[in-house]
Design a protein around this ligand. Structure first.
Ligand SMILES: C[S@@+](CC[C@H](N)C(=O)[O-])C[C@H]1O[C@@H](n2cnc3c(N)ncnc32)[C@H](O)[C@@H]1O
Length: 167
């Protein structure tokens, strides 16, 4: 993979200055064409690759940066705008998020960075960090209620490389 960045669940690509950036591999589990998810508001989900973040179709260590912004709601009506726009977690959400985090780490290069976003609306961030069993390098809270967390995780260099650097 020659692209340096993976977005494992890109949705409507709201983060991006260039939604067709050729250096980003955009993935999502669905494709959506102009869905009116709220009166007068439309959603397009146009991934390069339709894939499940719990089973990514990429080799180990393929990307320098991985963006992971999974669904954050467990309670949302089938037809609610938030489910239509962001998706919804199912009963096995803990396994889903753990497997997704581990897959994102697997395809990340040694010393690569993962950018993780979590909206603390129904599930506290501390529960998510327990599930990931990993400590972020740094983080920032945003939003009116300061409940949107942006975190950066760094993948440790492989044990072999660290050992070979010792005198
Ligand atoms: C919070 S939204 C992402 C929003 C996105 N960052 C944006 O800027 O619009 C979560 C996305 O995860 C996708 N998703 C849910 N389960 C997934 C899975 N198992 N694998 C890949 N994508 C998944 C949903 O389709 C949804 O588009």
């Amino acid at each position: 993979m020659s692209k340096r960045v993976l977005d494992a669940c890109c949705g409507g690509k709201m983060f991006y200055f260039d939604k067709d950036n050729p250096d980003v591999e955009f993935c999502d589990i669905r494709e959506v064409d102009n869905l009116e998810y709220y009166p007068g508001r439309f959603l397009n989900v146009k991934p390069n690759t339709v894939s499940d973040f719990t089973n990514l179709p990429f080799e180990d260590g393929s990307f320098k940066v991985v963006v992971f912004d999974p669904p954050h709601l467990i309670h949302a009506g089938d037809k609610s705008w938030s489910r239509l726009k962001y998706g919804r977690l199912e009963e096995d959400w803990e396994d889903t998020l753990r497997d997704g985090f581990n897959e994102c780490m697997r395809v990340l290069d040694d010393d690569g960075l993962m950018i993780f976003k979590w909206s603390e609306i129904q599930i506290p961030l501390r529960d998510i960090l327990k599930i990931f069993q990993a400590e972020p390098l740094l983080g920032e809270k945003r939003g009116r209620n300061k409940n949107t967390h942006w975190l950066i995780f760094m993948k440790p260099a492989s044990v072999q490389e660290v050992q070979s650097e010792k005198p």
